[in-house]
Design a protein around this ligand. Structure first.
Ligand SMILES: [Zn+2]
Length: 192
Protein backbone atom coordinates (compact mmCIF):
# COMPACT_ATOMS: atom_id res chain seq x y z
CA UNK A 1 0.00 0.00 0.00
CA UNK A 2 2.85 2.32 0.93
CA UNK A 3 4.58 1.56 -2.38
CA UNK A 4 1.39 2.40 -4.26
CA UNK A 5 1.14 5.70 -2.43
CA UNK A 6 4.79 6.48 -3.18
CA UNK A 7 4.28 5.61 -6.86
CA UNK A 8 1.20 7.81 -7.03
CA UNK A 9 3.24 10.61 -5.45
CA UNK A 10 6.01 10.22 -8.04
CA UNK A 11 3.56 10.10 -10.95
CA UNK A 12 1.79 13.16 -9.59
CA UNK A 13 5.15 14.91 -9.23
CA UNK A 14 6.07 14.10 -12.82
CA UNK A 15 2.75 15.31 -14.18
CA UNK A 16 2.91 18.44 -12.04
CA UNK A 17 6.52 19.10 -13.08
CA UNK A 18 5.68 18.66 -16.76
CA UNK A 19 2.62 20.86 -16.53
CA UNK A 20 4.75 23.56 -14.85
CA UNK A 21 7.19 23.44 -17.75
CA UNK A 22 4.34 23.66 -20.20
CA UNK A 23 2.97 26.65 -18.35
CA UNK A 24 6.17 28.61 -18.74
CA UNK A 25 6.70 27.54 -22.36
CA UNK A 26 3.17 28.40 -23.37
CA UNK A 27 2.77 31.56 -21.32
CA UNK A 28 1.25 33.52 -24.19
CA UNK A 29 -1.24 30.70 -24.82
CA UNK A 30 -2.12 30.60 -21.12
CA UNK A 31 -2.53 34.37 -21.07
CA UNK A 32 -4.98 34.21 -23.93
CA UNK A 33 -7.01 31.50 -22.24
CA UNK A 34 -7.20 33.34 -18.93
CA UNK A 35 -7.40 37.01 -19.89
CA UNK A 36 -8.93 39.18 -17.21
CA UNK A 37 -11.85 41.22 -18.70
CA UNK A 38 -10.70 44.23 -16.64
CA UNK A 39 -7.24 44.11 -18.24
CA UNK A 40 -6.34 47.53 -19.62
CA UNK A 41 -3.25 49.70 -20.15
CA UNK A 42 -5.38 52.87 -19.94
CA UNK A 43 -8.15 52.31 -17.37
CA UNK A 44 -6.98 53.37 -13.88
CA UNK A 45 -10.15 52.35 -11.99
CA UNK A 46 -9.41 49.93 -9.16
CA UNK A 47 -10.16 46.27 -9.88
CA UNK A 48 -11.90 44.62 -6.93
CA UNK A 49 -12.66 40.94 -7.50
CA UNK A 50 -13.06 38.07 -5.01
CA UNK A 51 -10.72 35.09 -5.02
CA UNK A 52 -13.26 32.70 -6.58
CA UNK A 53 -13.57 35.04 -9.55
CA UNK A 54 -9.77 35.54 -9.77
CA UNK A 55 -9.40 31.75 -9.98
CA UNK A 56 -11.59 31.74 -13.09
CA UNK A 57 -9.83 34.72 -14.66
CA UNK A 58 -6.17 33.80 -14.08
CA UNK A 59 -3.95 30.88 -15.02
CA UNK A 60 -3.00 28.74 -11.98
CA UNK A 61 0.58 30.02 -12.26
CA UNK A 62 -0.41 33.71 -12.18
CA UNK A 63 -3.09 33.08 -9.51
CA UNK A 64 -0.56 31.47 -7.17
CA UNK A 65 1.88 34.42 -7.32
CA UNK A 66 -0.66 37.25 -7.56
CA UNK A 67 -3.34 36.13 -5.13
CA UNK A 68 -1.57 33.63 -2.85
CA UNK A 69 1.64 35.70 -2.60
CA UNK A 70 3.72 32.92 -4.14
CA UNK A 71 7.28 33.24 -5.43
CA UNK A 72 8.51 31.93 -8.76
CA UNK A 73 11.75 29.95 -8.94
CA UNK A 74 14.78 32.28 -9.22
CA UNK A 75 16.37 32.56 -12.70
CA UNK A 76 13.14 31.24 -14.26
CA UNK A 77 11.78 34.48 -15.77
CA UNK A 78 12.46 35.40 -19.39
CA UNK A 79 12.44 39.04 -18.23
CA UNK A 80 15.30 38.60 -15.77
CA UNK A 81 18.05 39.31 -18.32
CA UNK A 82 15.95 41.14 -20.90
CA UNK A 83 17.33 44.46 -22.13
CA UNK A 84 14.48 45.31 -24.49
CA UNK A 85 13.20 48.87 -24.38
CA UNK A 86 9.58 49.24 -23.37
CA UNK A 87 7.14 49.11 -20.48
CA UNK A 88 6.39 46.43 -17.90
CA UNK A 89 2.72 46.06 -16.92
CA UNK A 90 0.85 44.08 -14.26
CA UNK A 91 0.01 40.77 -16.00
CA UNK A 92 -3.25 40.59 -14.04
CA UNK A 93 -4.82 43.99 -14.81
CA UNK A 94 -2.52 45.79 -17.29
CA UNK A 95 -1.53 48.61 -14.90
CA UNK A 96 1.80 50.16 -15.98
CA UNK A 97 4.46 49.40 -13.36
CA UNK A 98 8.05 49.93 -14.55
CA UNK A 99 9.92 51.38 -17.52
CA UNK A 100 12.77 49.29 -18.93
CA UNK A 101 15.27 52.10 -18.28
CA UNK A 102 14.80 51.60 -14.51
CA UNK A 103 15.59 47.87 -14.81
CA UNK A 104 19.01 46.70 -13.65
CA UNK A 105 20.94 43.47 -13.19
CA UNK A 106 20.76 42.75 -9.48
CA UNK A 107 21.95 39.15 -9.70
CA UNK A 108 19.15 38.09 -7.33
CA UNK A 109 17.40 35.85 -9.88
CA UNK A 110 14.26 37.96 -10.39
CA UNK A 111 13.58 40.98 -12.64
CA UNK A 112 14.74 44.04 -10.67
CA UNK A 113 13.91 47.73 -10.99
CA UNK A 114 14.93 50.80 -8.98
CA UNK A 115 11.78 52.92 -9.49
CA UNK A 116 8.11 52.39 -10.37
CA UNK A 117 6.49 54.46 -13.13
CA UNK A 118 4.43 56.52 -10.69
CA UNK A 119 3.59 56.73 -7.00
CA UNK A 120 0.23 55.09 -7.67
CA UNK A 121 1.70 52.17 -9.67
CA UNK A 122 2.55 50.27 -6.50
CA UNK A 123 1.16 49.85 -3.00
CA UNK A 124 3.25 48.70 -0.06
CA UNK A 125 2.68 46.49 3.00
CA UNK A 126 4.85 45.17 5.80
CA UNK A 127 5.47 41.44 5.43
CA UNK A 128 6.70 39.48 8.46
CA UNK A 129 6.42 36.01 6.85
CA UNK A 130 9.24 33.41 6.75
CA UNK A 131 10.89 34.96 9.83
CA UNK A 132 11.91 38.10 7.90
CA UNK A 133 10.81 41.71 7.96
CA UNK A 134 10.28 42.75 4.35
CA UNK A 135 8.24 45.28 2.44
CA UNK A 136 5.79 43.66 0.06
CA UNK A 137 4.90 45.43 -3.19
CA UNK A 138 1.50 45.02 -4.82
CA UNK A 139 -0.14 46.39 -7.96
CA UNK A 140 -1.71 49.78 -7.24
CA UNK A 141 -4.73 48.97 -9.40
CA UNK A 142 -5.69 45.36 -8.61
CA UNK A 143 -3.75 44.67 -5.39
CA UNK A 144 -1.98 41.61 -6.81
CA UNK A 145 1.23 40.53 -5.10
CA UNK A 146 4.24 41.43 -7.26
CA UNK A 147 7.29 40.90 -5.02
CA UNK A 148 9.28 42.88 -2.44
CA UNK A 149 11.34 46.07 -2.26
CA UNK A 150 14.75 46.23 -0.55
CA UNK A 151 17.12 49.06 0.40
CA UNK A 152 20.15 47.76 -1.51
CA UNK A 153 19.39 49.11 -4.99
CA UNK A 154 21.41 51.47 -7.18
CA UNK A 155 21.14 55.30 -7.38
CA UNK A 156 19.16 57.44 -7.69
CA UNK A 157 16.65 55.72 -5.38
CA UNK A 158 18.81 53.10 -3.64
CA UNK A 159 15.85 50.73 -3.94
CA UNK A 160 15.60 47.26 -5.47
CA UNK A 161 12.11 46.20 -6.52
CA UNK A 162 12.45 42.44 -6.83
CA UNK A 163 9.49 41.33 -8.97
CA UNK A 164 8.11 37.94 -10.04
CA UNK A 165 8.28 37.79 -13.85
CA UNK A 166 5.10 35.67 -13.96
CA UNK A 167 3.03 38.70 -12.92
CA UNK A 168 4.67 41.02 -15.49
CA UNK A 169 3.58 41.73 -19.05
CA UNK A 170 5.96 43.54 -21.36
CA UNK A 171 5.33 45.67 -24.44
CA UNK A 172 8.23 47.00 -26.47
CA UNK A 173 8.27 50.72 -27.19
CA UNK A 174 8.02 49.85 -30.89
CA UNK A 175 4.87 47.74 -30.37
CA UNK A 176 3.28 50.52 -28.29
CA UNK A 177 4.07 53.06 -31.01
CA UNK A 178 2.56 50.82 -33.72
CA UNK A 179 -0.58 50.33 -31.61
CA UNK A 180 -0.86 54.07 -30.99
CA UNK A 181 -0.42 54.83 -34.69
CA UNK A 182 -3.05 52.27 -35.72
CA UNK A 183 -5.45 53.87 -33.20
CA UNK A 184 -4.75 57.29 -34.70
CA UNK A 185 -5.38 55.87 -38.17
CA UNK A 186 -8.73 54.41 -37.05
CA UNK A 187 -9.73 57.77 -35.56
CA UNK A 188 -8.85 59.49 -38.81
CA UNK A 189 -10.83 56.93 -40.81
CA UNK A 190 -13.74 57.41 -38.42
CA UNK A 191 -13.67 61.17 -39.01
CA UNK A 192 -13.81 60.84 -42.78
ZN1 LIG B 1 -2.68 44.80 -11.40
Amino acid sequence: MKIRAALAYIVFGLIFGLSCNNNSNNKSLMDNNFKNPDYSHIDTNKVVVNNEEWKKRLSPEVYHIAREKGTERPWSSKYENSKEIGTYYCAVCGNSLFESDTKFESGCGWPSFYKPISKTSIIYAQDGSHGMQRTEVMCGRCGSHLGHVFNDGPPPTGLRYCINGVVLDFATARAAEAKYNSGQQKNQDGNK
